[in-house]
Design a binder for this molecule. Sequence first.
Ligand SMILES: C[S@@+](CC[C@H](N)C(=O)[O-])C[C@H]1O[C@@H](n2cnc3c(N)ncnc32)[C@H](O)[C@@H]1O
Length: 206
Amino acid sequence: MSTIDNPRDHWNARFAADDYYFGTEPNRFLCEHAALLPKSGRVLAVADGEGRNGVWLAEQGLDVLSIDFSPLALAKARKLARERGVKLETAEPISPNGVGPSRVHCGGGDLHPVRGAGAARPIFAGVKRALKPGGMLLLQGYRPKQLEYKTGGPPIAENLYTEELLRAAFADLEIVELASHDDPIHEGRGHDGMSALIDLVARKSG
Ligand SMILES: C[S@@+](CC[C@H](N)C(=O)[O-])C[C@H]1O[C@@H](n2cnc3c(N)ncnc32)[C@H](O)[C@@H]1O
């Protein structure tokens, strides 16, 4: 079986080197929305990889649970947190497509769930379950046009997002912001160059 057939092995292989594949600086979209974050409380950083976003959220005074199915990524996330002097709790999801814990306030940025297709993908349901009433979801992904740029992101269209797909997937949340834009990003070796991005900010009512 190739590592593409097994996404967990694929990501573990990417994270095996000593360096940080997506760098150690947080995602720009996440930082630009810092004003939306609560002053304290619980945050879930979904598919947090090597922890650059989860660690930044912890530096904002939040109580962060960083979830990823790559144990190698989570080990590097814990190392980054130690180096930056913040507390970061890490966990592998119970189900590879699920998001386990509840009572969280919001998801982190730059999420690229890779399993499942379309608006009904299980990871979206898990994210919505995990949000507490009033909790915010911040998500940045790639649009199908990214297949032309080839500067990072999943190589198959079904793992890319459109406004239509995200509107349908999060129809039960209040959509605060949904924007498609092309901009350069420079995030380690993984995301580097002009990119077809999509940003979502949504709130669970209550
Ligand atoms: C493009 S990387 C982004 C990592 C991190 N959010 C960042 O921006 O640096 C996607 C991450 O999703 C994780 N991942 C993919 N599918 C997953 C799943 N079904 N459950 C948990 N983690 C998953 C991978 O291990 C990888 O760390």
